[in-house]
Ligand binder design. Sequence first.
Ligand SMILES: O=P(O)(O)OC[C@H]1O[C@H](O)[C@H](O)[C@@H](O)[C@@H]1O
Length: 550
Amino acid sequence: MTLLDSQEGRDLTVQASRLQGQSIAALLSADATRPQAFSCEAAGLHLDFSRHLLDTFTLENLLSLARRADMQARIAALFAGREVNHTEKRPALHMLLRASAADNHAARFAEVVATRERMREHVETLRSQRQTGFTGEPISDVVNLGIGGSDLGPRLTSEALAPACPAPPRVHYAANIDPEDLRSVIAPLNPATTLFIVCSKSFSTEETLHNALAARRWLQDAGASEKDLARHFLAVTSHLQAAEEFGIPPDNCLPLWDWVGGRYSLWSAIGLSTAIAIGWEAFCELLRGAETMDRHFRDTSPESNLPLLMSLLEIWCCHFLGATNHAVLPYAYRLRRLPDFLQQLTMESNGKRVNRSGDTVGYHTAPVLWGAAGTTGQHSFHQLLHQGTHLCPVDFILPLAPADADEDEDGRHGRLVANCLAQSRALTVGRSAAAAEDSLRQRGRDDDAEWLAPHLAIPGNRPHSVLSFERLTPHSLGALLALYEHRTFCSSVIWDINAFDQWGVELGKNIGRQVHEVMLGPAAEDANEPASTLDAATAALIQRWRDANA
Ligand SMILES: O=P(O)(O)OC[C@H]1O[C@H](O)[C@H](O)[C@@H](O)[C@@H]1O
């Protein structure tokens, strides 16, 4: 029997059918204390989940489900460094990367501290313009070459926290194997003053290695000798030897460890580009924000445990109310990359179809996560949120004050906040057909009122959370990202899946190599007779590629 089929799970199924006939607006107006009762605060982040379709009884049952899953023991096992990633036989100890004390991990922590010190030195040398390129001029631009976890976290955090008009060195990101990506990043840069950080945990990722080779050619074409290259490359990897074989000297290589998953690695030297962009102190503050959330998660009882509550809301919406997707809408332009980051975090972690024993799960796991910064999304996909047929729970992410008050002389940030609150209210209360008809009549449109009203009606009753905090700072961002990491872990416990492997991405990579070999091999004499072990459809498309490139 799975956890979700347990007595607790069955009780929740009954409650879901009871609550589906109720109105969130009615629950709110029936109890003035609901916003306080259905809220939780940790590390400066305040979650208001009063606009979910649940009541106290449901919440208690969800907490019972977590107890039945032995959640506190599972959290303790995660922090203790047990082999939670059992298919790869390793722990998941990303919390150690932002810890200020070793706890029970002295040897690993010593390596973390030593690496932090090396990072700090690189950051200070670069930010004080003491590092020079092959012509002796100071490095003015740093390009992070990485993809997936070696790109999304650093890109998000540096874009969220770096000044709008940064002093050199400016930080840039190139991830895609599409040559347009790196080309457009380096086009305005000077090779003599550009440094590349090759970020790859495995140091075998096709995109990153080919972009690194292209970067090397660009430097050499500009006059850099083989020896000069050392001034222009750093690497971050758990395969130090591979980085050395690529030609990056050991002093320029920072380590990563197998107990850090790629999508959990921004706190390690993978975050070097962020630390360069925002400064060492700010980077440490990002780590402290995450550590504050780690301690809250580890030490707080379930009913006030923010990551656990957010996970239970996810389970409630997906498993019991039937949502298959989830939107994250940051009302902060600086957080516009947050949905990209969370896509990897949640969908690569929990997009699984077998449980930890290898048996097919009989239910949906991670929902499809998507989103974009408000208010821009309001002018595109919010239509579907308000009137579409999908149940799409939303997390609104809301910094209450502008990151820099001087940047908001005309009060536009207040309008941004008002828009977020308005979207939340519209999703809750909607507008009945009768109200729409009345409003049309009041505007003198009696002839249209009856037939047009159903088109204007909005059902409301759409569950969502508002996660607010004072302002976007390194500390609040660190706490926010750690919150989603731990929420992802709690959901994996309830779904009984391994959140820390990602075997599903391997097949496509292998086939990619095979397809490329065939593309470069001799053409089939007869296009109908595939010359390779590939299927006929792939072979036909390869032929179209040959024709287009002939
Ligand atoms: O850091 P790397 O080893 O280059 O890996 C980069 C990315 O590639 C893979 O495809 C994985 O699915 C990701 O989890 C990883 O973050």
